[in-house]
Design a binder for this molecule. Structure first.
Ligand code: FUL
Length: 592
């Protein structure tokens, strides 16, 4: 078995990883980079294109995004859990794999583990006899769906967390249960979020041992995010990069040398360029480490009833598709089951519309003989005929990545009644590149490979017409009271006079432009006042969980309505300094 980090030379190719010889010239490096290929697991993972996340657990019942591990398992009690409804819905919508949060940061396990009492076995659901992981497994078998697990390394419940060897052993036991008792697993997702253990203890993970456990028990699985098979795209907004190299200079985080390597090259998961020639020039090694775009169909990862009207629109989902699958990435779309244990009607409907739209667009490929492999060298071009009377606004290019990722620059032209005209250009292609442009009527298509590494193997060229979509008129209501009637009383802590006395049921926090900033709020206290002098703190969970990675609006719903004319937010940043929150980042929801 090959261990992570070892170069493996097969014929002329390097599988997954290579090291450049010292003093290699740029030309030699480019040549080697072109011959870096995915493992069979990585290749079949990429070919799935659409995968689904199911965030479900104790947070579903508390309304939180990150639980603190102190939750009572008695809270977990879905009334109609039906894993077949999840899988059927996703299958019909074109998804090829489902990943369940078997354990999120709160430590609550969705299967009856022998490692802790903090699990479904201590819940009233099915009188403690239930097993969500098993139900999902069975549904996946029934609908021929691949199955994956999310197991959070960060565990806010485990008493041994932070006692590194003990917790590593505990974690491996959990992993072993999941990878032994539930059939074939195709993806294991280890999150990067990593907080402190009890009394500030820092957990040092034994990634090598986790990885060996996966390779031993589930050789077909890829290890994602904190693994070295699948890379986090760098945001939770559903946005890939136009230039997306699967052959990257980014050293995955599980290697001890990763910090040093990545610092020297100035690369990190959000960096724009992870594989161009100028990056290769500086790099000492290269990884086949393809991108996965994870995003939720709703603002939060877990189900919150108040987000039922905020399910992403068809236009938004289709843009996400073009900017993930169409940007050489796999889409991992989260659809969180609700408190009943069902995918909510609003999400079911949106998934159906999304699938129907993709089917409509991609059913009719206008290119004739687009599947004939074309071996292209730098500067070459090829003309394809289009079916008669073609109106197109999407072009699809694919490389046979089993022979490496090679295209560095391309352009596409179409032949119209006015002659040849360029409709678009780009950099990388990789497994799949979708290019959108204003609709044109054309009879031929010309693809130019301006620059590539060695010979590029173009496996497919397609052209389609995608009906333009309009944004729904659904207003994103994150605030019920017009801000022009508010007055900022103080900037720090932010204190606002709402201009009139109201009964509030919630407040919202939406970082400007949905951008994460070091000065934004993470931990907070929220106060109300009727006169601006005497203040009462409203009980909340005090944390805008995961805001650093998902800086979308968050709603904090109160246990009961509160009277207020004045509100005050005392907040600290993720680095525990005083946060800066602006008035227009805050909204209030008035009780009905
Ligand atoms: C993040 C987690 O902290 C979120 O809660 C969610 O699970 C997301 C997929 O990854 O980093």
């Amino acid at each position: 078995m090959k261990s992570a980090g070892q170069a493996q030379k097969k014929e002329n190719y390097y599988v997954k990883h290579l090291e450049f010889p010292q003093n290699a010239t740029l030309e030699q490096k480019v040549d080697m980079a072109a011959r870096l290929i995915p493992t069979p697991q990585q290749l079949s993972w990429q070919q799935m294109e659409l995968t689904a996340f199911l965030h479900f657990g104790i947070n579903t019942f508390t309304g939180r995004e990150w639980g603190d591990g102190k939750e009572d398992p008695a809270l977990f009690n879905p009334s109609e859990l039906n894993a077949e409804q999840w899988v059927r819905t996703l299958k019909e919508a074109g998804f090829k794999m489902v990943l369940l949060t078997a354990k999120h940061h709160d430590g609550f396990c969705l299967w009856p583990t022998a490692t802790t009492k903090h699990s479904v076995a201590s819940s009233p659901w099915k009188k403690g006899q239930g097993d969500v992981v098993r139900e999902l497994r069975k549904a996946c078998d029934k609908y021929d769906m691949k199955f994956g697990v999310y197991l959070s390394p960060w565990d806010r419940n485990a008493e041994c967390y932070g006692d590194s060897p003990r917790y590593n052993d505990f974690f491996i036991r959990q992993l072993t249960e999941l990878l032994t008792n539930y059939g074939e697993v195709h993806e294991v997702w280890f999150d990067g979020a990593n907080g402190e253990g009890p009394n500030g203890r820092k957990q040092v993970y034994d990634w090598e041992a986790f990885y060996k456990t996966i390779q031993r028990l589930q050789p077909k699985a890829v290890m994602a995010i904190m693994g070295d098979d699948v890379r986090w795209v760098g945001n939770e907004k559903g946005l890939g990069r136009e230039t997306e190299w699967s052959a990257t200079v980014l050293t995955p985080g599980i290697y001890t040398r990763s910090e040093e390597n990545n610092k020297r090259l100035g690369v990190f998961s959000k960096a724009k360029d992870l594989g161009s020639r100028s990056m290769l020039a500086e790099a000492t090694e290269l990884f086949w480490y393809p991108s996965e775009v994870d995003v939720s169909i709703r603002p939060g990862w877990f189900y919150h009833a108040e987000e039922d009207t905020k399910v992403k629109s068809l236009k938004h989902l289709s843009d996400i598709y073009f900017q993930s699958v169409g940007y050489n990435s796999v889409l991992l779309l989260n659809i969180p089951p609700d408190r009943r244990g069902l995918i909510h009607e609003a999400d079911v409907k949106r998934l159906k519309d999304f699938a129907a739209y993709r089917k409509r667009v991609f059913a009719d490929n206008r290119v004739v003989k687009g599947r004939k492999e074309w071996n292209a060298v730098s500067g070459s071009e090829k003309i394809y005929s289009l079916k008669s009377e073609s109106e197109i606004n999407v072009v699809m290019l694919q490389e046979d990545i089993a022979k490496g990722q090679r295209v560095e620059s391309f352009a596409v032209e179409v032949l119209t009644e006015q002659g040849w005209q360029e409709v678009g250009q780009g950099t990388t292609v990789g497994y799949k590149r979708l290019l959108r442009f204003p609709a044109v009527k054309a009879s031929q298509l010309k693809v130019k490979i301006n620059e590539c590494r060695l010979t590029a193997h173009i496996s497919q060229v397609g052209a389609f017409y995608a009906t333009p979509l309009q944004e729904d008129n659904q207003t994103e209501s994150w605030n019920d009271l017009p801000r022009k009637e508010w007055k900022q009383v103080a900037a720090s802590p932010l204190t606002i006079d709402l201009g009139k006395m109201v009964q509030l049921s919630a407040f919202t926090y939406a970082p400007l432009k949905a951008e994460a900033k070091p000065t934004m709020a993470f931990q907070y206290k929220f106060y109300v006042s009727t006169d601006g002098k005497s203040w009462a703190e409203v009980p909340t969970n005090g944390e805008f969980s995961n805001i650093m990675h998902n800086p979308l609006p968050q709603t904090v719903t109160f246990n009961k309505g509160v009277q207020a004319r004045f509100i005050k937010l005392e907040a600290t940043t993720p680095a525990a300094t005083i946060a800066k929150v602006e008035m227009n980042e805050i909204g209030v929801i008035v009780a009905p």
